[in-house]
Ligand binder design. Sequence first.
Ligand code: URA
Length: 218
Amino acid sequence: MRATPEPDRACALCPRLASFRADNRAAWPDWHNAPVPSFGRADARLLIVGLAPGLKGANRTGRPFTGDYAGDLLYQTLLDFGLAEGSYAARADDGLALKDARITNAVRCVPPENKPTGGEIAACRPFLAALLDDMPRLQAIIALGRIAHDTTIAALGARPAWHPFAHGSAHAVGRVTVFDSYHCSRYNTNTGRLTPQMFRAVFAAVRAHLDRADAAVA
Ligand code: URA
């Protein structure tokens, strides 16, 4: 059966994640504690693919990257490049709106220790593939980290071995270009593996790509 773009709240494909979800519901009944749906409209030209919701961030608020450390840099960068409007206040009801962009995660449920298994990444991939199919104007994808990159390439029907992840690289796969960035995680930014300037350079390349496409149809 073809997957839908968003898993059911009670999705049971990954027993470990379903059991972690049940524990979290018992511990924090007011939190979202369910697969975190994608944020943004299906007619966007840009899709950003993260890893998985953070326990006390997206898993709590119900919006990707919202309330997670990584969200501070991601949402500020989206605002700076005209891909979001309003202001980001780390809450799902902060009124922030994405412009021509959508955000999702490789794995929709929070994994223990922030580490999904290979089986969980594969089990969630049909939802990503369905989401890609559901975006008729899609032109660019930003993959945050190697896991997001590999599962995105596979969801597009290509082989990750032919498109190895490298920060700052761009891969043409069918109708879309996949832009790679190191994940904007606390670890990567604190260690200097990813600086805000490096992250902005990826967004500048994506912005130029979308603007070139605009110019071509003008
Ligand atoms: N929050 C998300 O929603 N995704 C990530 O990859 C990290 C934090």
